[in-house]
Design a protein around this ligand. Structure first.
Ligand code: GLN
Ligand code: ZN
Length: 594
């Protein structure tokens, strides 16, 4: 890759033999190239925006005494922006040849290549963790050699999206470990490919042989091809992804079964993840307590969460999710075919790091994952306790996904595993089950043309996981991260009986959007902004509820916070939920008086 800096940089690896790389006395001139990242150009852009880009690059490119300019794109095809950049007087383009590879190749051929320019070919996936198919990459690179003055081998994007080194992983089965490439391994792949490109495949024969064997071991493995999972997914019918009765009948059955008041109150699932809970998990990992001791602590926490909710007067309770380290990893650890890493940290945003699990093989659920905690919570109260699961789309969105089958196929496998869990929750006496999909919108493809196909498999996967229950079992879902306007149809297509959404900061904007769409089912736009420690007053929450009632009729309006409470402390959680329940009571009285 080109250096990202333009002037007076320290000596870069390879630019000279200076052993003190940062020595200001290094004799060779500093490299004078500048990389301009333009991932916005892989999204749909209007003709006016493309014109503006053409003008901007013409302006930059025609400056005298300028550094060399490399314009980098990644995560998808460049589409209409490719001819614009191909014509621009810049020195090089970086293109993604992993995602959108075929389209980028075609488009490059259509514009007659990049004569006079350098092409940085992102053939090693910088966003996923699978070993590269070196022969396939060499073939792509070979094609590209005919299309640009010079071809550099590169990762498709910055390597900050992948963990550092597979060698740090001790718990992953050795065979599976060979299928993985983290940043260190990817760097080695880039070097190998560059060598193969420069000196011929003979120069990298040994690497190619190992690579071929690795890819074959992955393709032939019973881990990636479990016949039981394959035949089950193949047998899925359209009816499996449809509830047995339409919503109006279900609503009547659920009303009779649950007997909830008008404006029922509930929460999104998690209660504060206290230091004691995290310490208990650390103690368990370090062997300071055993499983029995750990589970006693979890049970004690559930007991407190239930009794607080009863005392506060919440209508649909939750167990509080104290046993979960993370809403995706917790389930990934219990599903066959899913791997958790020990050291696979990647930056999520700012200083927050996550360890995404890896969807490595065919997915199945050897045994129930959450049932006993929900059932335990239910044993402590007469009020309904809501079972809590993470939905198939979010499981995919916050994991490294398979690259050897369509995402929709992986989603369907995860959905079937979750369907078993949903059905087992129902069988254990759970009447309300929430399947969270906070990442549904986040995963929306970058280009509008790709969205219908994504939303089709995503909503089908959700319905597949939730459609195996009786009509009187109430299915909830939850989404956050604002701006739902453009996916209201998809929200409708989930066919969940109740949806809770983040809404407090936008003053119930989503309630108006749902109403404008004619959304026919129940909804709980949040009345408590959980992203701040601020405690809403009863009057503030009541005012939001009254605003919600302008869009959603009382029979279909729920009262809940914006999202889970795991990041909050107990004092503000207590006070805020008390306000929330008081607000629901106030508005109920107003309704019955009017
Ligand atoms: N049930 C999860 C929780 O309450 C939902 C979290 C989320 O939406 N991100 O924490
Ligand atoms: Zn949320």
């Amino acid at each position: 890759m080109w250096p990202r800096t333009s002037t007076r940089s320290p000596c870069w690896t390879g630019c000279c033999r200076c052993t003190r790389r940062s020595s200001p006395t290094c004799a060779r001139p500093a490299p004078s190239g500048s990389q301009l990242d333009e991932p916005a150009l892989v999204q749909d852009r209007t003709p006016a925006e493309l014109d503006a880009a053409a003008r901007a690059y013409r302006g930059l490119g025609t400056l005298t005494d300028r550094p060399k300019l490399l314009v980098a794109s990644y995560f998808d095809r460049l589409g209409d922006a490719l001819p614009v950049l191909a014509e621009a007087p810049v020195d090089g383009l970086a293109l993604d040849f992993t995602e959108g590879a075929a389209a980028n190749l075609d488009a490059l051929a259509t514009v007659g290549g990049l004569p006079g320019k350098r092409l940085v070919a992102g053939v090693v996936n910088g966003r996923n963790i699978w070993v590269n198919d070196l022969e396939k990459s060499l073939a792509t690179l070979g094609t590209l050699l005919g299309l640009a003055d010079r071809v550099d081998v590169s990762a498709s994007c910055s390597l900050l999206h992948v963990p550092l080194d597979t060698a740090a992983e001790r718990d992953i089965e050795p065979q599976i470990l060979t299928w993985l490439a983290f940043a260190e391994q990817k760097t080695a792949e880039i070097v190998t490919l560059a060598e193969g490109l420069a000196r011929g495949t003979g120069a990298i024969a040994a690497e190619l042989a190992v690579n071929r064997a690795t890819l074959a071991s992955r393709a032939d493995s019973p881990i990636t091809h479990d016949p039981a999972v394959r035949s089950r997914t193949a047998a899925v019918t359209e009816a499996d992804a449809r509830r047995s009765q339409p919503y109006p009948e279900r609503a009547t059955a659920q009303r009779a079964h649950l007997g909830l008041p008008l404006l029922p109150t509930t929460t999104i699932g998690s209660f504060p993840q206290t230091t004691e809970l995290r310490t208990a998990r650390a103690d368990l990992r370090a062997g300071r307590i055993d499983t029995v001791g750990y589970e006693e602590r979890i049970k004690a926490e559930i007991g407190e969460v239930i009794s607080f909710q009863e005392k506060t007067g919440i209508d649909v309770l939750v167990h509080g999710e104290p046993e979960r380290n993370d809403m995706v990893q917790y389930f990934a650890e219990q599903l066959t075919g899913y791997l958790a890493t020990q050291h696979g940290w990647v930056q999520s945003y700012g200083t927050r790091y996550v360890r995404p699990p890896i969807l490595a093989g065919d997915i199945s659920r050897p045994e129930p994952m959450s049932v006993r905690w929900t059932a335990y919570a239910q044993s402590l109260t007469d009020r309904p306790v809501k079972g809590m699961l993470t939905g198939p789309v979010t499981m995919l969105a916050w994991s490294f996904v398979r690259d050897d089958q369509p995402l929709g196929d992986t989603a369907r496998q995860v959905a079937l595993a979750l369907r078993d869990e949903v059905n087992d929750l129902e069988a254990s006496g759970t009447s309300v089950i929430q399947v969270d999909e906070p990442a549904l919108r986040e995963t929306l493809p970058l280009r509008a043309a790709d969205r219908p196909a994504y939303l089709a498999w995503a909503t089908e996967a959700f319905r597949l996981s939730t459609s195996g229950v009786r009509p009187d079992t109430q299915i909830h879902t939850h989404m956050c991260y604002a701006e739902f306007g453009d996916i209201v149809q998809a929200i409708d297509d989930l066919d969940a009986d109740v949806i809770s959404l983040e809404a407090a900061r936008s003053h119930m904007q989503v309630a108006r959007e749902l109403a404008a769409h004619g959304y026919p089912r129940e909804a709980g736009p949040g009345v408590y902004d959980i992203h701040s420690p601020r405690v809403p007053s009863t009057e503030e929450a009541a005012a939001l509820l009254r605003t919600g009632l302008e869009a959603i009729p009382a029979e279909r309006l729920w009262v809940n916070p914006d999202c889970g409470l795991k990041t909050r402390g107990w004092p503000e959680t207590r006070a805020s939920l008390e306000s929330l329940v008081a607000a629901a009571r106030t508005v109920r009285e107003e309704l019955s008086a009017s």
